[in-house]
Design a protein. Structure first.
Length: 563
């Protein structure tokens, strides 16, 4: 199932149910909604991360599977989220809509679209439960309660209930009587549940495990008349035990109870009329809830243990999550610094030789760029002030940003988005011009078309010799041809070359998807190609200053302009 929205307790109760029933992996495959990339929770005694996607389109594109939707979004979003789910997962079986106050217009829209083709519990319910198989929602409890029993057993009694609170009471009554439900559903307290009560009765009739049906209804609406007609016509043959809530003595013709549906506008929507119509077709209708409980206790219940079930009990209090998530050591088996570095940065167990060799080349070319640049200057000044290696290195690294060294990621984002958006070079350049922005990865103070950067030439030569395609490098070079027509020093610089070639390698050699590359751009992976080798250069600057011990650095007054 996919969960739309975030409700930590409900999600955790489902994972506990899955673990106890003996599942090897959680039934929740993803969460949709929110700004996080993952949601931390527990599967048994082990912490896990569930992936989080912004929408169902992205989860579908990522290959996330789903047969069911648990929709715990707000009432205003319930219809939109449900329709989006089935649009992206058209073969899914059904859903549960948790929210109350779904508008009647939205509810009727869902009934028209899915009432006859999908199994949808709600709106305004607690879900669908198949003991030993699936827990879709808060049904069965969210902290302790009957979760352990319901996960480890299957039974023979269907529980069909309008009320989210009462369905758990009835399930608990069945368990206390020595049984287990075959399934239990809270079809919802709104006026228009997506899947009608009689449809759930027909599911119970077709279910080979169900031998009898418990029904909790209430005043308002005409559902009981549909159920009675189905029994009369022979569509429902299994024994039915029922209780209709909402007994009252009043001259008021419009009695409203808690649920939106529980509104008796005329006598045939009242409790007595419903009890009578059900009694006529052979349903055992209890006159009060105490009698209903007695009927449940006298039913012949079954409760069989699930073969793979685990003897485990969820803690009665919230478990304390770890503060951080780390990835265990990657890249074992190859004693190469570059291999180990890439596996660590990408959270992979292996990478291609092409990737390793290119990174080796890039690191060696980027390790130092002279003592004039801001990072080197900061490192040397800090060293001469008598500070240690860590402080001096930190001082240099802190200068890295858009103006110095941080352009690789920005260049990669530009090449990637431009190519994938089918932007021509002219269109891309015009966009940057209109925003008053430089094109990252283009331009150099020292090198030009007349005096080419030897580092860039080596990087491009490697790409041409080792890659079958170089879509992003081709685009970057096309930009260079256009920009150097304006000024000879607007060349493809080392930042732009590394950004383009790394992207080409990720696509061709590492088989990265669009989503994976976009994630690397988001977290600034590309800038590691500057920071890792340049840190070595800064340490070299530090060691040189310590060896020479030239004393505290101070600028001459002539080098300062005072306003």
């Amino acid at each position: 199932m996919i969960v739309a929205g975030a409700h930590t307790q409900i999600i955790q109760s489902i994972l506990d149910f899955d673990y106890i029933r003996g599942a090897d992996v959680p039934s929740i495959t993803a969460i949709v909604g929110g700004t996080k990339k993952s949601h931390k929770c527990w599967f048994g005694d082990r912490e896990i991360l569930l992936p989080v996607y912004k929408n169902f389109e992205l989860s579908s594109q990522a290959g996330v599977r789903a047969d069911w939707l648990l929709n715990i979004a707000s009432g205003n979003s319930a219809r939109k989220m449900t329709k989006s789910f089935f649009c992206n997962y058209p073969d899914a079986t059904g859903a549960h809509i948790f929210a109350e106050n779904v508008s009647e217009q939205d509810a009727l829209s869902l009934v028209r679209d899915y009432g006859d083709t999908k199994l949808i519990a709600g709106a305004s319910g607690v879900g669908l439960l198949l003991p030993g198989v699936m827990k879709l929602g808060a049904i069965g409890g969210i902290l302790g309660g009957n979760i352990s029993h319901l996960a480890r057993h299957t039974g023979n009694t269907a529980v069909i209930c309008s009320s989210g609170g009462m369905v758990n009471e009835i399930v608990d009554t069945v368990v206390r009587a020595g049984g287990t439900p075959s399934f239990a559903v809270s079809y919802g307290g709104e006026r228009f549940p997506v899947t009608s009560p009689v449809s759930w009765f027909l599911e119970a009739e077709d279910d080979s495990n169900t031998e009898q049906i418990l029904f909790f209804g209430e005043l308002g609406g005409h559902d009981e008349y549909d159920i009675a007609l189905a029994i009369k016509n022979g569509k429902i043959t299994k024994p039915v035990y029922a209780y209709i809530a909402g007994h009252y003595n009043s001259g008021d013709k419009n009695i409203q109870f808690g649920h939106a549906k529980a509104l008796a506008k005329n006598p045939d929507e009242g409790v007595e009329a419903k009890m009578e119509i059900l009694d006529r077709v052979g349903v055992r209708v209890a006159s009060n809830f105490e009698s209903f409980v007695k009927d449940i206790n006298h039913i012949s219940h079954k409760s069989e243990v699930v073969t793979k079930a685990r003897l485990w009990r969820a803690p009665d209090t919230f478990r304390r999550n770890s503060l951080f998530t780390a990835v265990e050591d990657r890249g074992k088996g190859k004693d190469k610094f570059i291999h180990h570095s890439l596996c660590t940065l990408l959270e992979k167990s292996d990478v291609s030789d092409v990737f390793i060799n290119f990174t080796e080349l890039a690191y060696s070319l980027l390790v130092d760029h002279g003592a004039e640049v801001s990072g080197a200057v900061n490192t040397m000044i800090t060293a001469r002030a008598g500070k240690d290696m860590s402080s001096s290195l930190a001082s240099g690294v802190l200068t890295v940003g858009d103006r110095f060294g941080g352009a690789i990621n920005a260049a990669a984002k530009n090449w990637y988005n431009s190519v994938n958006s089918n932007l021509t070079v002219e269109e891309m350049l015009e966009e940057h011009k209109s925003r008053g922005e430089y094109v990252m990865g283009i331009g150099h103070l020292k090198y030009s078309v007349y005096d080419k950067d030897p580092r860039v030439e080596k990087l491009i030569r490697f790409a041409r010799e080792n890659l079958k395609k170089s879509i992003y490098l081709d685009y970057a070079e096309a930009v260079e041809r256009r920009t150097t027509e304006k000024k000879p020093n607007l060349i493809l610089n080392v930042d732009g070359a590394v950004a383009a070639i790394v992207t080409d390698i990720l696509v061709e050699q590492e088989d990265f998807s669009e989503e994976q590359i976009e994630d690397l751009l988001r977290i600034e992976f590309y800038n590691s190609y500057f920071l890792i080798p340049r840190a070595v250069g800064f340490i070299g600057n530090y060691l040189t200053q310590k060896r020479r011990d030239e004393g505290l650095f101070r600028l001459d007054s002539e080098q300062i302009f005072y306003e």
